[in-house]
Design a binder for this molecule. Structure first.
Ligand SMILES: NC(=O)c1ccc[n+]([C@@H]2O[C@H](COP(=O)([O-])OP(=O)(O)OC[C@H]3O[C@@H](n4cnc5c(N)ncnc54)[C@H](OP(=O)(O)O)[C@@H]3O)[C@@H](O)[C@H]2O)c1
Length: 426
């Protein structure tokens, strides 16, 4: 690679703007770290006339993707536009044209990462994607570099900072005296007002964003290809303020967790769901719009990372790390990528876990129809408490098989007027 590394940046939104800012602010540092200078040749956008938080010199702006991707002078294409298409096609085109690619796109990497990583190797170029999981936290590079000599047993993460912000704001709303029933709507509105959640929040609150990231994390941590559809997904839309109040009373926190682990039978289990975590868990302190990762491995034992999981500068930090890596080591490794090996995955039904159960019913008789069968499974109930609309009672169960427990709950729900909330406990 020559002394000048020429870049095409696809997208000048939050992340693209952050990258342009840090490229300018840290130009001397980047040169000192690599012995090279970085020059932006094209910035691809949809609307060149749009006012931008980070102004882009008009001569760099283009709406022609092929110009940005196939310019023979460009060495590295940075895909920071988001969405599945046309981002995936443009990454493919860039690799085919012999460019190195950096992407922040978890959707593309979760769905087509295997195909694109193989293509990059065949082309003798690099495809790096640190920014696609947990923003500034250098977890993907750590798994492939400094921690690669360990057998990773489990990765637990708060990988969607929007839902972490919403859960925290729900707590704040409850502390301010808001009724539990409306806390979620208030918190979501606040997340949207602060720019943490989109107008359509589905990808965050239904767990899709965390599912994409989990597929990527699980693959690199447990060295096995993880199809997206094998990652169990559950979001936070069914979480009530009452669950958060009870979590606190039980000395626990409630988080949307990404969990990937190797089960005793050797299969990989990857999942995203709301989870109660004890105070001693390193992720307990990860609050608001932050991300955190907690790892266990047979050498380092355990480790946690905690920091900004999103935002212009934090995400740009990860992109620049990838850029420096490419400038230093432009050749891809020659051996087969171990994270693309096929392997068996286990459905969530095979899991053994404890549950927090919260029952609400119009009266004590209705409550009893559910409490008694759950007590037979070993659930230990706190005394029932009156609510404005009836009664509520919570319990923690011993470890139970997920498939059996969910089937049991489904049968109970058919024959009762009580509602049953069940949340897994870490
Ligand atoms: N935002 C974060 O904190 C964050 C954190 C980690 C990872 N990421 C990932 O980073 C990527 C970018 O996110 P972002 O938040 O920066 O998005 P964004 O603010 O919506 O910016 C997207 C940019 O891409 C351009 N663009 C989109 N589709 C295009 C198309 N078809 N043709 C040409 N230009 C197109 C847009 O052009 P116009 O400006 O003209 O509309 C805009 O400049 C996504 O994959 C996201 O998941 C984001």
């Amino acid at each position: 690679m020559s002394k000048i590394v020429r870049l095409s940046i696809l997208g000048a939104g939050t992340v693209g703007g952050g990258v342009l800012t840090l490229l300018r602010e840290n130009a001397d540092l980047l040169e000192a770290q690599t012995g090279k200078r970085f020059e932006v040749r094209h910035v691809l956008v949809r609307d060149p006339s749009k006012p931008r938080a980070v102004p882009v010199p008009p001569k760099l702006l283009t709406t022609d993707p092929q110009r940005a991707v196939c310019d023979p002078k460009v060495h590295v294409v940075l895909e920071l536009m988001g969405g599945l298409e046309p981002a995936r096609t443009l990454i493919r085109d860039a690799l085919q044209a012999g460019k190195h690619v950096i992407t922040a796109n978890k959707w593309v990497m979760a769905v087509s990462g295997d195909e694109l990583l193989r293509l990059a190797r065949r082309q003798g170029v690099r495809l790096l994607y640190e920014a696609s999981v947990a923003g500034s936290l250098p977890i993907l590079n750590a798994l492939q570099g400094a921690l690669a000599g360990n057998r990773i047993e489990r990765v637990v993460g708060i990988v969607n900072s929007t839902t972490n912000f919403i859960l925290r704001e729900m707590e704040r709303a409850l502390d301010a005296g808001e009724p539990a029933e409306t806390a979620y709507a208030t918190a979501l509105r606040k997340a949207q007002e602060n720019g943490y959640a989109e107008a359509d929040p589905t990808s965050d609150v239904e767990g899709y964003d965390a599912q994409y990231k989990t597929a990527i994390l699980a693959r690199l941590a447990l060295l096995q290809y993880v199809p997206l559809e094998s990652v169990y997904r559950e979001g936070i839309t069914h979480i009530s303020g009452r669950d958060l109040l009870w979590a606190r009373r039980l000395g626990m926190g409630l988080k949307l967790l990404s969990i990937s682990e190797r089960l005793p039978d050797g299969r990989l289990c990857a999942r995203v769901h709301p989870t109660l975590i004890p105070r001693e868990c390193p992720l307990y302190v990860v609050r608001g719009a932050f991300s955190g990762i907690w790892l266990q491995g047979n050498g380092f034992q355990e480790m946690s990372l905690h920091g900004f999981g999103a935002g212009a500068r934090a995400t740009a930090s990860a992109v620049l790390g990838d850029l420096i890596e490419i400038a230093r080591y432009p050749k891809p490794p020659r051996h087969d990528d171990p994270s693309l090996r096929p392997g068996e995955t286990a459905p969530i039904e095979t899991l053994t876990t404890r549950y927090f159960v919260r029952l609400t019913a119009p009266d004590e008789d209705a409550l009893r129809t559910v409490r008694e069968p759950l007590s037979l499974l070993g659930a230990e109930f706190h005394p029932a408490e009156p609510l404005e609309s009836g009664v509520e009672q919570v319990a923690l169960t011993p470890p139970l098989n997920e498939g059996d427990f969910q089937a049991h709950l489904a049968r109970l729900r058919e024959h009762t007027s009580a509602t049953v909330q069940a949340i897994r406990v870490l």
